[in-house]
Design a protein around this ligand. Structure first.
Ligand code: HEM
Length: 362
């Protein structure tokens, strides 16, 4: 018997002994998903505890919230991974990042749509179990807070309407997680550094910027030839100059009109213009669009949620205690809750083709 065959016999014998000693458990669906011991056993209704029958619709109400929390978990997981990749990612390797961003935005679309299911809850039936829920509220969804913070919503941007602090009512271990999500670098920070790095390191940046600057100067000449009032002209010229002069851009950041650094802003502009020139910029442009989609979808969720709340409870106080849940929620759908505002704003500074005639040669 050759040495190799002998070795195989010994290994097979060892494997057989292990199998005999420990009968292998065959994994089945319900165990893999922990269905009967956890997931399907986690819908304890508050109604019906004092002898009355439990309210039929409360089961649905709990399940809808649980499904949301599972989607929030998946999105936090993907967002953190995207942020991690952006620390090093080269433009050409963005495809995997885009896959995760696409999954996140698909889930966010489901989260917006899923609010429709709550519109099947008759407000009169909701009253049948709502009183049991006090003082619990979606306001206390810590995963939602961790997602908002990690995405880049700053504490100072939060609505001050009502008496509540968004971190109240959490036990210390949860509070620690929320605090960490507030203190750590956010998606906005990571994206900003990445865009600035793209601008500093990509070989096409210098040529692109020279042409773009020339185009802005041409746009300014156009404005000056249009017989505007001196005030109007000055204002329009100053705005365009702030696109190409770092000190003016930085002043806009100090005044709160822009958030991204000058280089990040230039990186985003470059990606937008070069998207049709090279595959790597097309992928990067797709990525920026997915970031805009995510920002939009979070806004859409807020808007859809407040509409649904108004329909369910009018402008009553929320179970979490905001004096008027509807008015508080309305105050969260404004621009201060838009995290990537700059990625939308700079589209106001794209040039007319005549000012960037050799755009296709870039
Ligand atoms: C009938 C269904 C619902 C009603 C009537 C309702 C009502 C409210 C109200 C009134 C508030 C303001 C805070 C308060 O005083 O409680 C609130 C906040 C919130 N709700 Fe809902 N909600 C419902 C369903 C949901 C669902 C399914 C979710 C998904 C997780 C959710 C997530 C949230 C979040 C995250 C907040 C905090 C929003 C913020 O502070 O920006 N809600 N909800």
């Amino acid at each position: 018997m050759c040495k190799l065959t002998l070795f195989r016999c010994v290994v097979n014998d060892a494997q057989r002994k292990v199998k005999e000693a420990k009968p292998q458990k065959i994994l089945v669906y319900k165990d893999y998903l922990q269905l009967d011991n956890k997931i399907l056993n986690a819908q304890d209704r508050e109604s019906g505890r004092d002898g009355d029958p439990p309210h039929h619709d409360e089961m649905f109400f709990i399940i809808v919230h649980q499904v949301y929390e599972l989607w929030f978990k998946s999105n936090i997981h993907d967002l953190r991974s995207v942020m991690d990749s952006l620390k090093n990612v080269e433009l050409v390797k963005l495809n995997r990042v885009n896959e995760k961003m696409t999954r996140m935005t698909s889930i966010m679309k489901i989260c917006v749509d899923q609010l429709h299911t709550l519109e099947t809850l008759n407000p009169a039936e909701f009253m049948g179990f709502r009183s049991y829920l006090f003082p619990a509220s979606g306001f206390q969804s810590y995963q939602f807070r961790i997602f908002e913070n990690t995405f880049g919503l700053k504490h100072k941007s939060r609505s001050e309407f009502g008496r509540q602090h968004y971190k109240q009512d959490h036990p210390s271990d949860i509070l620690k997680q929320i605090d960490t999500s507030e203190e750590e670098k956010t998606f906005v920070d990571v994206l900003e550094s990445w865009l600035a790095k793209v601008f500093r390191e990509e070989p096409q940046s210098k040529v692109f910027w020279e042409k773009f600057e020339k185009g802005v100067k041409g746009t300014i000449e156009d404005i000056k030839s249009k017989n505007k009032s001196p005030e109007e002209e000055q204002k329009a010229v100053a705005i365009w100059q702030s696109v190409i002069k770092k000190e003016l851009h930085d002043k806009k950041i100090i005044d709160g009109h822009r958030k991204m650094s000058f280089d990040a802003w230039r990186g985003a502009l470059m990606i937008t213009y070069l998207r049709n020139r090279q595959e790597k910029y097309a992928v990067a442009h797709n990525f920026l669009n997915l970031v805009r989609d995510a920002d939009n979808l979070l806004m859409k969720w807020r808007y859809h949620h407040v509409q649904m709340v108004h329909r369910q409870i009018g402008d009553k106080a929320g179970t979490g205690g905001t004096t008027s849940g509807y008015s508080y929620l309305k105050s969260t759908v404004g621009d201060q809750y838009r995290v990537f505002k700059d990625l939308f704003d700079f589209h106001g500074f794209l040039l007319e083709p005549k000012h960037l005639p050799d755009y296709y040669d870039l």
